[in-house]
Design a protein around this ligand. Structure first.
Ligand code: 6GU
Length: 228
């Protein structure tokens, strides 16, 4: 899978060099390229923003550098990429999004800052990409970079081969619409707390039933919205 990220803070994305995603890049499973939006400006100050028409606080990102950056990326491919725009006014990103996006060949993340990107950019982009506005949740970050990191990790780990043991993708929170069951490791007795007896019983049927019960209880208690 190819992933392009456009940002005015390309250094923010250096976290993608490490751990699981970094390994997937060196293994050739993920082709991740980071672009500096300011490379697509031509004035002395490399300007990417300006004041909003109609007034108001903050600055708005100019559409032209974004269009040039996308055109630069499109020159290298012949398919129609998906353009993901992290924004608190997008649809809330979920495991379902991650699963769907992990099937794509090419994602582009446009990480905006300030009050957002000139609306005309989105209209233009729909001619060359499948555009989706996505949010991490109902709170405000300073820009799309942290959100893009989260989404790329959620998507990237579902690309076949990125996670060594694919079984670990099956029994995890949200993969079946429920929260994960509690887990334990050695020692069986720790500071007076005992591992639930059933997990030591060797009865795999009973263990599976107990774990499912725990999933339902946890989800009911912490995330009742997932059950309705
Ligand atoms: Cl995707 N972007 C920004 N700037 N803030 C957010 C967000 C995204 N998701 C939640 N808050």
């Amino acid at each position: 899978m190819r992933i392009d990220i456009i940002s005015i803070f390309p250094e923010y994305l250096s976290a993608l060099d490490i751990s699981l995603i970094g390994k997937a890049r060196t293994d050739g499973l993920l082709d991740i390229r980071v672009h500096d939006l300011r490379d697509f400006t031509f004035d002395r100050h490399r300007t990417v923003d300006d004041t909003p028409y109609g007034g108001g606080a903050g600055m708005v990102m100019k559409p032209e550098p974004w269009a040039l950056a996308i055109e630069h990326i499109l020159e290298e491919v012949d398919s129609r990429p998906r353009l993901l725009v992290p924004t608190p006014s997008g649809a809330v990103f979920s495991q379902g999004h991650a699963q769907r996006l992990s099937q794509d060949d090419h994602l582009i993340f446009a990480c905006g800052r300030y009050e957002g990107i000139d609306e005309r950019f989105f209209e233009w982009a729909t001619n060359v990409c499948d555009v989706e506005l996505v949010s991490l949740g109902d709170y405000v970050l300073n820009g799309g970079e942290v959100a893009a990191l989260a989404m790329i990790e959620a998507v990237g780990r579902l690309v076949p081969g990125v996670v060594g043991n694919p079984d670990s993708l099956v029994e995890e929170s949200h993969s079946d619409g429920l929260l994960e069951y509690p887990v334990y490791t050695k020692p069986s007795q720790w500071r007076g707390a005992q591992v639930p007896e059933i997990l030591l019983s060797g009865d795999h049927g009973k263990i599976a039933a107990w774990r499912h019960e725990q999933q339902l209880m946890r989800t009911q208690q912490r995330r009742p919205d997932l059950l309705s």
